[in-house]
Design a protein around this ligand. Structure first.
Ligand SMILES: *Cc1c(COP(=O)(O)O)cnc(C)c1O
Length: 528
């Protein structure tokens, strides 16, 4: 075993001799505090702030005035602080440890990004402020647009989408607008999506009103141009393909696929969530892609997870550029402007399909992403992609003898995909294995995705892990793998045992979610 510094320790430091933790009186485990809900501990008559009694006033709410107290829980300041600090300590995050969630690119968020995002000229501006007072912010957006266009070799970019899936919707709406402009809106109503696609792809196509035609992946995990050609026809509006794909493999026939789709009169949407593997190495524009979203929160290190703000700008080809949505940012040498209304574009070649957001997108994410780009430089971004691929291959190579690889022990891109063949007859499933990782202090990898691989385990270490960190992770997974093969089934089926909560009934939670807190009956002291 290795300790956190990558130095060997004795295996006893693992959990061999550790007794199962007993139930504590408080429910706390060591310094990990058990935390009740605010509604369970708060009292309506308590407050952390002093507010003067309101002056007498005449209500103008008529009969709509509230008759019963609101009953919101109140807290003193230290109580409120403790509640949220305790909750934050239950969070696993990239700041706490390695986060190998495949397809999610959980990389370190450099603190420099946070510093620039908090500069008042970026952080304290309002979307309705006069444009003359936010010239610096607009210039920054223009600069970020230039980097995105340069890195992707595309023609234009729609900045406002707020996540990858939102970007997919934006790109597909631009494709729909282009097809309608050609007068083919009624006849082209199918979108081709490979079986291995991220679930958001078919969902987006369906949301925009298309029916989905699936193409299977080949034995080797990639999509063949031949299969795409067989699925093409005059009814096809577009293909949605991910590259590198969700099996962590580069789609080698992508240029041929793009040509086939274009020859059949369709457009090529590429899911760019995995751009981290190829930035600075390959320009999607050179591959024949018409639209691709970029997850700034994955590739360009802006924080994500927990539904926090993301940003999914969509780069577009020359063919789709006339349809980019509002707002359009225009930058000249002397000034920058936001064009908010289609009227302002009348007479130009631009025919925006509408708009994706009320305002202009995620300013804080723009600042962080551009800071990341400028601090890395073009060479640094390329190296980040190379290191991400190197790290994933290191993990793959170091685990290949104990776990099984669905497409053979061949090089991968930024993530290594294992299946569950190696767990056969152990009584341990992919889910059990992932839960046992929690006891070892690791967030599990992506499980059961992509769907084309049985019991999939998708590991994406990213470039921001050190060799020592990767070694400890690999040693931990090897230890677990040997343990499963030795028949130590309980370590897995009972896991997690050391987390604040043990194994949950996920089916019940999904089928019968409890979405509303109701006040429990008052507990009376038990009589003798
Ligand atoms: C993350 C991801 C998405 C969706 O991006 P969000 O920003 O989470 O909406 C789409 N496709 C792939 C392959 C992804 O990994």
């Amino acid at each position: 075993m290795l300790n956190n510094q990558g130095r060997p320790t004795t295996p006893a430091a693992a959990n061999e001799s550790a007794p199962r933790p007993h139930k504590t009186f408080t429910g706390n485990r060591g310094l990990q505090q058990e935390e009740a809900l605010l509604f369970e501990t708060g009292r309506p008559d308590v407050s952390g702030v002093d507010i003067d009694e309101p002056q007498p006033f005449i209500s103008r709410l008529g009969a709509l005035e509230r008759a019963t107290p609101l009953d919101l829980p109140g807290f003193s300041e230290p109580e409120a602080v403790r509640h949220y600090v305790r909750l934050s300590q239950k969070n696993y995050s990239i700041d706490a440890g390695l986060y190998p969630l495949g397809s999610c690119t959980m990389k370190h968020n450099p603190r420099l990004n946070e510093k620039t995002a908090r500069l008042p000229g970026f952080a304290d501006i309002h979307p309705l402020q006069p444009q003359s007072t936010i010239q610096g912010a607009l210039e920054l957006i223009g600069e970020l647009e230039r980097w995105l266009i340069e890195l992707t070799g595309m023609h234009s970019v729609a900045m406002s989408p707020k996540a990858g899936a939102h970007g997919e919707a934006c790109g597909m709406m631009a494709i729909k607008a282009a097809i309608e402009a050609r007068g083919e809106g009624k006849t082209r109503n199918v979108v081709i999506v490979p079986d291995s696609a991220h679930g958001t792809n078919p969902a987006t196509a369906a949301l925009i009103g298309y029916s989905v035609r699936a193409v299977p992946a080949r034995e080797d995990g990639t999509v063949s141009a031949q299969a795409v050609r067989a699925a093409l026809g005059p009814d096809v509006a577009a293909i949605m393909l991910t590259n590198p794909n969700t099996c962590g493999l580069f789609e080698k026939e992508i240029v041929e696929i793009a040509k086939a789709v274009h020859d059949a009169g369709g457009y090529f949407y590429c899911d760019g969530a995995n751009f981290n593997a190829i930035m600075g190495k390959v320009r999607p524009g050179d591959l024949g892609i018409d639209a691709m979203h970029i997850n700034l929160h994955k590739t360009f290190s802006t924080p994500h997870g927990g539904g926090g703000p993301g940003a999914g700008p969509v780069v577009m080809s020359r063919a789709l550029s006339p349809f980019v949505p509002l707002p359009v940012f225009s930058t000249s040498a002397s000034s920058s402007a936001i064009i908010e209304n289609a009227v302002e574009l009348a007479g130009s070649a631009q025919h925006p399909f509408g708009r994706m957001t009320a305002f202009h997108g995620q300013m804080g994410m723009y600042v962080r992403a551009l800071t990341y780009m400028l601090s890395h430089g073009a060479d640094g971004l390329k190296q980040a992609a190379e290191d991400a691929v190197l790290n994933a291959n290191y993990v793959r190579a170091c685990l290949a003898d104990v776990m099984s690889l669905p497409f053979g022990n061949r090089p991968c891109m930024h993530e290594a995909l294992f299946d569950d063949k190696w767990l056969k007859d152990t009584g341990v499933t992919t889910l059990d294995f992932a839960k046992a990782m929690i006891d070892e202090g690791y967030h599990p990898m992506t499980m059961y995705f992509p769907l084309v691989v049985h019991g999939a385990m998708l590991i994406e270490p990213t470039e921001s892990e050190s060799l020592a960190s990767l070694d400890l992770f690999i040693m931990t997974l090897r230890d677990l793998a040997f343990s499963a093969k030795r028949g130590e089934t309980e370590r897995f089926t009972q896991a997690p045992q050391l987390a604040p909560r043990q194994r949950l009934d996920e089916t019940l939670a999904a089928r019968k979610p409890v979405l509303r807190w109701t006040k429990p009956e008052a507990i009376s002291e038990a009589a003798e």
